[in-house]
Design a protein around this ligand. Structure first.
Ligand SMILES: [Zn+2]
Length: 109
């Protein structure tokens, strides 16, 4: 009788783990989506602080001031379209940082 009770408890635990796993994934996905909608990817400031301290609010901030694609386009131009000899100060700085970042990844050529 006791063995049956232990088996049932262990089975319940396994079933609970199996059914909670998708809940954990869903929670992680929801948390990630909340971050995407409430935190600027570029500067890390939160929506509440940006809305309180800027005229256009969070949407203006992520669409105009810190638009992700503008940063990627800038890095692409520095890496592929401008000669190093023609860099200004900001471009030299970003080029060095991007080179360090890309050296972290190993690309097979
Ligand atoms: Zn920002």
């Amino acid at each position: 009788m006791c063995l049956v009770l232990l088996l049932r408890r262990s089975q319940v635990r396994v079933l609970k783990d199996i059914y909670n796993f998708p809940l954990e994934l869903r929670d992680a996905k929801k948390c990630k989506q909340d971050d995407m909608h409430n935190i600027c990817f570029i500067c890390g400031k939160e929506r509440f602080d940006i809305d309180r301290n800027s005229e256009g609010g969070f949407k203006n901030h992520i669409k105009i001031e810190h638009h992700l694609w503008n940063y990627l386009f800038f890095m692409y131009r520095i890496k592929n379209e401008i000669d190093e000899e023609d860099f200004d100060g900001i471009e030299s700085f970003v080029f060095e940082k991007v080179a360090i970042l890309l050296s972290f990844f190993s690309f097979s050529e």
